[in-house]
Design a protein around this ligand. Sequence first.
Ligand code: ADP
Ligand code: ADP
Ligand code: ZN
Length: 214
Amino acid sequence: MRLVFLGPPGAGKGTQARELARELNVPQVATGDMLREAVANGTPLGREAKAYMDRGALVPDDVIVRLIAERLAQPDAKRGFILDGFPRTIPQADALERLLGDLGVSLDRVVYFDVSDAELVRRLTGRRSCPKCQSTFHVTSNPPKHENVCDRCGSTLVQREDDREATVRKRLQVYAEQTSPLLDRYKKRGVLRTVAGEGKIETIHGDIKKAVNG
Ligand code: ADP
Ligand code: ADP
Ligand code: ZN
């Protein structure tokens, strides 16, 4: 199964991709997680990406495309993958098409998460993230079992620098301008499925499985 999870920041892509990837036994390929790891490790990639991420802008396409090309060449991606947070621009979608074409494969589905702006702002400003394993929680709607402690690995949760309200507004604007045009493209290709992204996490999980299999 080769899937793309498409939607604005805070739509629930990471939460759902983690779970579905586990069930399908394919890797969750989350460019945001990969970039944050590079920043944390102080690699050249991380040093290049940090300034863009901090101000809520997109990291340049060529950097991201190189990162994805390397990741999809790994043996575990042969079985399939869930792309979470990529592609985010038309040039990235073009590059993905070329990459997959070279491998002789194509996307099975693009799942679009439909969530209102008000809910996105509420989710992002209340999001708490694990700096170690990248699990995410929400202070009220998806709290960890113990306050500020990651359920999965026990690390102390943090609020991402770019989850403060001013940067959140900027990221939503960047999404509207640079990423939302992809919807039309995947609709034309016949692979787009829209899922209502508001409601219980388990309900949405079921809807995604229907969208992916139907
Ligand atoms: P969210 O899950 O809130 O949508 P991500 O973790 O996916 O956020 O991304 C965080 C930041 O990493 C983005 O604001 C952007 O700076 C950078 N980033 C992640 N994926 C991409 C991408 N495909 N293209 C460009 N920048 C990206
Ligand atoms: P994305 O990867 O699209 O940026 P996340 O999966 O990180 O989004 O989710 C954003 C925030 O919303 C997190 O705090 C997460 O716990 C919370 N969240 C995810 N799904 C739901 C849901 N169905 N209802 C309420 N909050 C949710
Ligand atoms: Zn953790």
